[in-house]
Design a protein around this ligand. Structure first.
Ligand code: HEM
Length: 332
């Protein structure tokens, strides 16, 4: 509870609840992330992406940028802060604290600090929404929970919002990773930019090959069972760490699993957004953001190339989040 997975095991939210309790916690969040909200957010996402691209146009003569810091991180953080109604001046602290939640190389003390910073900000948001529920996701959550006749406490609402922050980090990694996959595979890039393969399919393949959430801590066996593949026995209540990133590279499931192939069939069966009752309710929003961000980047900079081959790119110090911490790109 006080270690590096404390943000995931120490809070009571949809991710780590079960049965009716899970449903009660998940329903208001899923209701606030409907396709209608994603449609309503689309022009906002487009305008955020255009603004960030305009900012990139202003970089110096060398035309070299770090895609993570100057692009991939910016977009989901802007989207989510508008969705949640976070005041602009809180954005840098919010982003730093959110990244801290995933750093499984951090000490317990550092993790407690990151968690404290995120929780304090979320408490402010919940208090504001209780007083004046605005036309944003926090307002929706308060209204939906109240209307259900089973209103959530402030702490429960705050713990729920933490999952949305986690989704933001995952979206940023997905943008960076898809761009790395495409820029390092010119033949695959061609298939997408020529319109032969939809960007959504390239994303599905990129998520399979390198899912931004490598594992979800923790699951617990609801009853005693035997894993069919390995014959491993699990007793009721035993903790289980499911390694999504490994499962999606299984050679029995995918032919030549390490190959990036935007025309691969069956990629949507990947576990990148999870599976079953807990499957990610933010998947539609994340997909829309990633597709717009990567499509518009490639339209604006059709000659962009990686300044370093993918292999030496620095990766997240985490067994939960899976992405690059910096991606040097020459824009033209
Ligand atoms: C590429 C981006 C994203 C990825 C890869 C991702 C992945 C995941 C995964 C693997 C799970 C666990 C599912 C399971 O255990 O079966 C999950 C759950 C969840 N995600 Fe996402 N996510 C992303 C974006 C988002 C966004 C943008 C939001 C919200 C705005 C979000 C909100 C949630 C919530 C609330 C849950 C808990 C659902 C439950 O337990 O019922 N995610 N996500």
């Amino acid at each position: 509870m006080d270690g590096v997975i404390a943000p995931w095991t120490g809070s009571h939210n949809a991710l780590n609840s079960y049965g009716d309790d899970h449903w009660e916690r998940r329903a208001p969040i899923a209701a606030a992330l409907t396709r209608r909200r994603v449609e309503a957010m689309t022009p906002v996402i487009e305008s955020i992406v255009q603004d960030v691209l305009d900012g990139l146009d202003g970089v110096g003569a060398q035309r070299k940028v770090d895609l993570v810091q100057s692009y991939a991180l910016f977009i989901p953080h802007e989207v989510i802060t508008r969705l949640l109604g976070v005041p602009a001046e809180h954005l840098p602290a919010f982003s730093a604290a959110a990244a801290g939640l995933f750093d499984t190389s951090a000490g317990a003390e550092e993790m407690t600090r990151s968690m404290g910073a995120v929780l304090a900000l979320l408490e402010q948001l919940v208090a504001g929404a209780r007083e004046h529920p605005g036309d944003n996701l926090v307002g929706d959550l308060v209204r939906a929970a109240d209307a259900s006749g089973n209103p959530l406490s402030d702490a429960a609402l705050r713990d729920q919002l933490m999952l949305i922050i986690a989704g933001t980090e995952a979206t940023a990694h997905a943008i960076g990773t898809l761009l790395v996959h495409l820029l390092s595979h010119p033949d695959q890039l061609d298939l997408v930019t020529s319109g032969q393969v939809p960007m959504e399919d390239a994303l599905t393949e990129s998520l399979r090959l390198r899912p931004p959430i490598a594992s979800v801590p923790l699951r617990f066996a609801a009853w005693q069972f035997e894993d069919v593949g390995s014959g491993e026995q699990f007793g009721e209540g035993e903790p289980i760490l499911i390694h999504i990133a490994g499962a999606d590279l299984h050679p029995e499931r995918y032919e030549d699993p390490e190959r990036f192939d935007v025309r691969r069939e069956g990629g949507s069966r990947s576990l990148a957004f999870g599976y079953g009752p807990h499957v990610c309710p933010g998947a539609a929003l994340a997909t829309r953001e990633i597709v717009i961000a990567v499509t518009r980047f490639l339209e604006r900079y059709p000659h962009a190339r990686l300044a370093l081959a993918p292999e030496p790119l620095e990766q997240t110090a985490s067994f939960i989040s899976n992405g690059y911490t910096s991606i040097a790109v020459e824009l033209s």
